[in-house]
Design a protein around this ligand. Structure first.
Ligand code: AMP
Ligand code: MN
Ligand code: ZN
Length: 465
């Protein structure tokens, strides 16, 4: 989330661009598929030869075109929404007051830190017992969104003050929740994460886990107004460590994990508790500086409201320490809001095709728009059934290219696909028949085509002003 690229779903090259430019090119499959060879070899984001973890580990998911059920949450009285466990807790409950005197604790070097790759239930059980015994730990996840419909959490990294753990969440998927749900929800245990927005969602979706008591170092960095908010920068700034982020986009479904990837994964949580220590000190000392008192009033007001919601909390903290702790509170408030997000499954509607990236600017006829609609529906149904991403089945860019060219024979279609889309290539005749049918139903798309034309004219006008 620090690259300026908004990633919303897979495309040709794994990511569907909404805005901005790709950061770097990545190679697909090929030579690298055998492993990450040589120091200069690019880390592939997709290794086509990896056996699908869904088959390997019998991962079952509900890809139906229905909203996600948060089965671990209570519903509101009228049944209209889910209640997050945090709603019953105030952000003030998480702000520790003892911080003034706490000495930062330096982590031992990675080489000297005990490490466990957790691949067996008995080791997960042991880890859970250890987490029950500590009051703070760092967490991170690695994820793959290209080869499944909703995305798959591939790894979970956890660091305590003394140990690092990397959990194979593909293999142990169904066991993660039963062993770890309690400690993640326990409001007396601090969870330190960096840029946790998507992790929060992934934990809910894959393991039915909800976090109470988060300190997000990414938010800490923003509140402190550091030059950059990436973990890479924090590692450098607070720990003097130069991180190697080249595996960030790796295909984390790979097994067995090469040692370089394990090392990378460990580094993502190893230093986080220390960064948290130093950040707290920095936040508390900066809150007395006047520039930070210009905190956005809206944000302060919402903090105040929080305090009032919980009478005890407000007695304890508000307003006596108002000025002393204000920026510190802000990090907790933002972290609290991140935890409160709820996962929502992608649901396909009759108008979804109008919102795919690139369609608004494409100047399509009603026939072409009918093809876009037909292909969107087809790839959505297929992607759900096969548990693949829509971008793997047929990326937006190719879908629009097909619509523009309107190929009505298999050989013409094959030419547009350029051997880049194995699933679609294996189903040429179905796709051709969708294209033909769509062309015949073009009349129903005239209004939509006209609307898009109008919208485009309008946006050109706005640009000219
Ligand atoms: P991180 O929090 O940096 O460990 O990233 C967690 C996961 O987010 C990775 O395993 C990737 O799946 C995804 N991810 C991270 N950075 C990027 C990026 N720049 N572009 C696309 N996906 C990313
Ligand atoms: Mn992360
Ligand atoms: Zn990570």
């Amino acid at each position: 989330e620090e690259t300026g690229v908004r990633v919303v779903g897979p495309d040709n090259d794994g990511f569907q661009l909404v805005a901005g430019k790709k950061k770097k090119e990545v190679e697909v499959g090929g030579r690298e598929a055998r492993g990450l060879v040589g120091p200069k070899a690019k880390v592939p984001f997709h290794i086509a030869t990896i056996p699908r973890p869904q088959d390997e580990y019998k991962i079952l998911v509900n890809n139906s075109n229905q909203p996600f059920e948060h089965v671990w949450l209570q519903r509101s009285e009228d049944g209209s929404r889910f209640i997050h466990p945090l709603e019953k807790i105030s952000v003030f409950d998480f702000v520790d007051t003892s911080v003034g005197c706490a000495e930062p604790i330096k982590p031992p070097p990675i080489e000297c830190t005990p490490f466990k790759l957790v691949e067996e239930v008995k080791d997960l059980k042991e880890l859970a017992a250890k987490l029950h015994g500590v009051d703070e730990f760092a967490v991170d996840l690695e994820h793959n969104q290209y080869r499944s419909f909703q995305g798959l959490t591939c790894l979970m990294q956890i660091s305590t003050r003394a140990e690092d753990f990397v959990i194979d969440t593909l293999k142990l998927r169904i066991h993660i929740g039963p062993y770890l749900r309690d400690v993640f929800k326990d409001p007396t245990k601090k969870k330190v994460m960096h840029g946790a927005d998507r992790d929060i969602i992934w934990l809910q979706r894959d393991f039915g886990m909800y976090i109470c008591n988060l300190f997000d170092t990414g938010q800490g960095s923003r509140v402190l107004k550091l030059e950059r908010n990436s973990l890479e920068h924090l590692l450098h700034h607070f720990c003097g460590v130069t991180a190697n982020k080249e595996y960030q986009n790796a295909d984390w479904r790979l097994r067995p994990l090469p040692k370089e990837m394990i090392r990378y994964a460990r580094e993502d949580t190893h230093y986080l508790l220390h960064i948290y220590d130093l950040m707290k000190i920095s936040l508390l000392s900066s809150s007395s500086e006047s520039e930070h008192l210009e905190t956005p009033l809206v944000e302060l007001a919402s903090l105040h409201k929080q305090g009032k919601d919980s009478p005890e909390a407000s007695k304890a903290f508000w307003p006596a320490k108002e000025y002393f702790n204000i920026v510190y509170f802000m990090v907790y408030k933002r972290s609290y809001d991140i935890c409160m997000q709820l996962y929502e499954k992608e649901v396909m509607t009759d108008s979804s095709y109008l919102y795919i990236y690139g369609v608004q600017g494409a100047d399509l006829s009603s026939q072409q728009l009918a093809i876009v609609s037909g292909l969107c529906e087809w790839r959505d149904v297929v992607a759900r059934a096969e548990d693949e991403s829509t971008g793997y089945i047929l990326p937006n860019k190719t879908l629009l290219e097909i619509a523009k060219q309107m190929p009505v024979t298999a050989s013409k279609l094959r030419r547009v696909l350029k051997s880049k889309h194995p699933y679609t290539e294996r189903n040429l005749s179905s796709v051709v028949s969708i294209i033909r049918h769509s062309i015949q139903s073009a009349a129903a798309f005239e209004a939509a085509a006209e609307q898009l034309r109008e919208a485009r004219k309008e946006s050109v006008r706005c640009h000219d002003i």
